[in-house]
Design a protein around this ligand. Structure first.
Ligand SMILES: [Zn+2]
Length: 255
């Protein structure tokens, strides 16, 4: 892939990242994704098209609203940046194939899920439930994943977390893991098949305990504070998409 072409793919990805920012802000607040056009969250002034260009707009405004001078969160350019980089990396790995597009759609939904979960401790059904159906249909008809593999992925993804959640609830008598995580993992299983779920559960629990413990150690907040699990599931899934072959090979070597 030559540099100008990679640049075009990056800009396309960053523009979609800009739309993901809109979804992250508006979905959990029950706002329309289409209207009104982007505006400053503080003074509500509509953002001019040239300052709405991904990344470039943020740099042009030096991270401040042009009208009320309130700081624009760094997450906006950050999400645009990672979405662009992920699109380029997927394209490099899969080329112009349907798989590239489907994995991009999956990762884009995971980015939205992870940030909404960090903000509100919820994973919207509006993403995970249609995601289960879309995941199943696309793995069977486009990715040539065996239908049983996808179906087992849904069952294992939903079932394993559901049982962990129920056991936890039984022992600790409080909800440790939300049903949102259960539906999210079922969706991922639909896209990636049952083998992915084993890795994703192990990797996300590992990441979650390390990062969670570090966070609690250094933050002043009390330790009963809930830590969202969606971001860890999302990171583990992205790792799986990029390193699937290596991960499956290490399973085979291990067993
Ligand atoms: Zn403003």
């Amino acid at each position: 892939m030559d540099i100008p072409f990679a640049g075009v793919i990056f800009i396309l990805g960053a523009a979609i990242g800009s739309f993901l920012n809109v979804c992250i802000y508006r979905l959990p607040r029950g706002l329309s994704l289409i209207t009104p056009s982007s505006h400053c969250p503080f003074c509500k002034t509509t953002i001019k098209w040239y300052t709405n260009i991904p990344l470039f707009g943020y740099i042009l405004l030096r991270g401040k609203c042009r009208y009320c001078h309130n700081k624009i969160s760094f997450r906006y350019p950050f999400i645009e940046l990672i979405t662009g980089l992920i699109f380029v990396s997927l394209f490099k790995l899969y080329g112009p194939t349907p798989a590239c597009l489907i994995y991009f759609i999956l990762i884009a939904s995971l980015i939205v899920v992870a940030w909404i979960d960090m903000d509100f401790y919820i994973i919207p059904d509006a993403i995970s439930l249609p995601g289960i159906v879309i995941g199943f249909l696309s793995s069977v008809f486009i990715l040539n994943l065996n239908w049983l593999d996808s179906l087992l992925g849904i069952a294992l993804g939903g079932g394993s977390l559901l049982s962990i959640a129920l056991i936890y609830q039984l022992i600790r008598n409080k909800e440790g893991m939300g049903m949102g995580d259960v539906k999210l993992l079922a969706m991922i299983g639909a896209f990636l098949g049952w083998r992915s779920i084993i890795f994703i559960i192990i990797a996300s629990s590992f990441l979650g305990s390390i990062i969670g413990a570090t966070y609690l150690m250094f933050s002043k907040e009390d330790s009963s504070k809930q830590i969202p699990f969606g971001p860890f599931i999302s990171i583990a899934t992205i790792l799986y998409i990029f390193f699937e072959k290596q991960i499956i090979n290490s399973y085979i070597n291990y067993f």
